[in-house]
Design a binder for this molecule. Structure first.
Ligand code: SF4
Ligand code: SF4
Length: 326
């Protein structure tokens, strides 16, 4: 079923073996769906290399098959929508409504600026009415860093949208609004709790913005960020940094233990990163599988996995709440 890594020397697997750590998946609790690579932005670090020129989006037939598989996989509690900009998929609202009918939580990984685009003016209010959780990228509380990483004007637009989301009730009570920080270069994120406190203070003081949690993410050395590292001659140094900070305690909590990822074509992977690399597919099409629970299967780990296990660890839900590096 799952192919093993094709790397001639897989130092991540060697590391797991040395530490006697399991390479197997646990019960699947989260289905992450990549709705396509179409995006209104084209960020430096994007591991999907998404952008306005991309045309790949998930079809209605694939989404309908996923709904059948969700009904057949009762271990799944949550559907996590990502992209590209998930809201740009023409079937976004249909799929969210159908998932909510199954009484599952839905998270939208939102770049914020999409909610100001023509045709998307009522998307935020619609998500609020449908109880969709929002996880939004905001790599800094200052304009310069955000615009450098995500494009000119992105910070100002993001702030406007966060204020609108607060007005809709996001960031307090039942409507969750979580922010995502990722470093602006080849270094590891700082301590998540400290950074969250700083974000909370600055965003409240400067813009009156409230949010629930801040998630810190490590940049993965793949695709667009890998190209950036090669261009800057920092690729090897960054890999060494990740490896030097390997934290065995993070391995048990990596997201691929409990999450599966589907790409826009319906291919099934351990996570969004393997999916972005086209690496370790379990199935070429969702019609070939009967259940999304892959418990006991071997995870397609490889060199980039050091990005999930460096320091405090990294996942779609932020640091893995494990103590410091070994
Ligand atoms: S990082 Fe997010 S917002 Fe930026 S190009 Fe990629 S998908 Fe779009
Ligand atoms: S990149 Fe992270 S989530 Fe994906 S397989 Fe590797 S450790 Fe797991």
């Amino acid at each position: 079923m799952n192919q093993q890594p094709s790397f001639s020397q897989n130092s991540f697997l060697n590391k797991l073996e040395q530490e006697s750590l399991s390479t197997q998946r646990g019960k699947t609790e989260v289905l992450q769906v990549n709705l396509g690579r179409l995006c209104n932005q084209a960020c430096e670090h994007c591991h999907q290399a998404a952008g306005p020129g991309r045309t790949e989006v998930m079809s209605l037939a694939t989404l309908q098959r996923l709904l059948e598989l969700l009904r057949a996989t009762p271990t799944i509690q949550e559907v996590d929508l990502t992209g590209g900009a998930p809201e740009m998929n023409p079937h976004f609202r249909f799929f969210v409504q159908e998932v909510r009918k199954l009484k599952l939580a839905v998270t939208d990984r939102c770049n914020l600026t999409i909610l100001l685009e023509p045709g998307q003016e009522d998307t935020a209010a619609w998500m609020a009415r449908n109880g969709v959780k929002i996880v939004a990228s905001l790599p800094c509380y200052g304009e310069k860093n955000v615009d450098q990483q995500r494009g000119k004007g992105v910070f100002g637009q993001s702030i406007r949208v966060l204020q609108q989301l607060n007005q809709l009730g996001y960031g307090q009570g039942a409507l969750e609004l979580n922010l995502v920080y990722n470093p602006g270069g080849a270094f590891l994120p700082g301590d998540q709790a400290n950074l969250e406190a700083e974000y909370r203070k600055r965003l409240a003081h400067d813009f009156g913005i409230r949010f629930n949690q801040l998630f810190t993410l490590t940049n993965m050395p793949i695709r667009r960020f890998a190209r950036f590292l090669h261009k800057e001659n920092q690729y090897e140094a960054y890999q060494e940094l990740l490896q030097a900070n390997f934290n065995p305690k993070a391995v048990e909590a990596v997201m691929c233990k409990s999450l599966v990822s589907i790409d826009y074509r319906g291919q099934l992977f351990d996570c969004d990163f393997n999916q972005a690399m086209g690496f370790g597919a379990y199935a070429q099409d969702v019609t070939q599988i009967q259940s999304l629970d892959l418990a006991g299967q071997s995870i397609a780990f490889a060199e980039h996995c050091f990005g999930c296990t460096a320091g405090a660890g990294s996942s779609c839900g932020g640091a893995l709440a494990v103590e410091g590096a070994s």
